[in-house]
Design a protein around this ligand. Structure first.
Ligand SMILES: [Zn+2]
Length: 391
């Protein structure tokens, strides 16, 4: 015989069993602290512990910011061991609009031991001339670079026009061209104003041959951003490598060539123009694989790299990065690409010079100081740049 209270009990057991069969694993008995309506997930063994549900299950990845209890030395490095040259900055990132903005930037450079900044104006024409004039007050401290004309690239006179504008900018003070970016949409292209695939101006396009010849003749280098971090070609989801803050750089599902195809265009370009000096920024977006990157450097003597904005590549592999940097120090240059605040520069000195551990950075992973030897520091801070940069 079943009494009413037993009947209710049986009914709920049946309900649980039915739900369990039809949709998901049967919830186990709720604990007191979880409350009646919070079903407990089945026990799971992971990392040698039995994983239990709790408040951490509802934390969003983008909000996850663990506070470290690790007690290890934290070294302050106010200035670099050698006066440094930053080969990768943008006037817009430092909010340079007027002469006083240049003065403000120079003050920070003095404070942090930076001898010179290469400034990408991102401009040609009158806008380049205007910016060149702003920086002309300090010719030893700032070197301005121009961009490239990407208007009417199908016009028959485009190659001559683009090359002539670079020569004009050179006379106005430009000592390099860049940063020229091709993340797949071609130079001057973007997702919003994308040309059809076969119309885009990729770096190995014959329409640019005259430009590469012109800069070789002027003895000035080009700084090129090719492709992007390889994680951009991997889907956004639980296995995405970089933090959610970088998700807008993602390329999956967009109408762009693959990462590999873009790097192949780079290889064709540098082989076709051996007399032109190319600097590929951000470790040519191959800082995740320095062995392959080394082969690229070995194959092309006209190629240099800046390691701007790749603090998180170097810092996550301190031993491998140090070996690579020691070996290729004469091909590598310091650059930032992250504005011009004192603490940013000083973060770089700490990463490159100290053996500090578990340094907070810009990705979910932390960095480890590289403790670069003096000869490598001298080369990457200034020696290589003095050799590569035009006067
Ligand atoms: Zn940049």
């Amino acid at each position: 015989m079943i009494v009413p209270s037993q009947a209710r009990c049986l009914a709920s057991v049946l309900t649980i069993l039915l739900i369990g069969c039809s949709t998901q694993p049967a919830p186990q008995q709720a604990t007191k602290t979880e409350g009646q309506n919070t079903p407990k997930k089945p026990q799971e063994l992971k990392y040698g512990i039995d994983v239990q549900p709790g408040p951490m299950d509802s934390i969003l990845l983008k909000d996850y910011a663990p506070a470290s209890s690790l007690v290890v030395p934290e070294t302050k490095v106010p200035k670099p061991k050698y006066p440094a040259i930053d080969v990768h900055t943008h006037s817009y990132m430092s909010n340079v609009k007027a002469a006083e903005d240049v003065d403000r930037w120079l003050k920070v450079m003095d404070e942090v031991g930076l001898e010179k900044s290469v400034v990408f104006t991102g401009a040609t024409g009158p806008e380049f001339d205007r910016q060149a004039e702003l920086f002309a007050k300090y010719p030893q401290r700032f070197q301005v670079w121009c961009s490239i004309d990407t208007k009417d690239i199908d016009a028959p006179d485009y190659p001559q026009r683009a090359a002539a504008e670079i020569e004009r900018c050179y006379r106005k003070g430009a000592r390099g061209i860049g940063e020229l970016s091709d993340k797949g949409f071609g130079l001057g292209g973007s997702e919003k104003k994308a040309l059809p695939r076969d119309k885009r101006l990729h770096i190995d396009d014959p329409r640019l041959d005259l430009v590469w010849k012109k800069i070789a003749e002027l003895k000035i280098p080009a700084n090129i951003h090719i492709a992007d971090h390889p994680s951009c070609w991997k889907p956004l989801g639980p296995n995405q490598e970089r933090t959610p803050d970088f998700q807008h750089f993602n390329m999956t599902g967009k109408d762009v060539p693959s990462y590999e195809e873009l790097l192949a265009s780079r290889d064709r370009l540098v082989a076709k123009h051996p007399a032109t000096t190319f600097i590929f920024c951000h470790l040519s977006n191959q800082g995740n694989d320095t062995a392959t990157l080394a082969k690229f450097l070995d194959a092309h003597k006209n190629v240099y790299l800046d390691f701007s904005a790749r603090d998180y590549e170097l810092g996550r592999q301190p031993r491998t990065a140090r070996k690579f940097m020691d070996k290729y120090k004469d091909r590598l240059m310091f650059g930032t690409d992250m504005g011009s605040e004192a603490h940013m520069y000083q973060g770089w000195w700490r990463l490159l010079e100290t053996g500090d551990e578990f340094i907070p950075g810009r990705q979910w992973w932390r960095y480890y100081g590289l403790e670069l030897p003096a000869s490598t520091l001298e080369a990457v801070y200034r020696g290589t740049a003095l050799k590569v940069l035009a006067r």
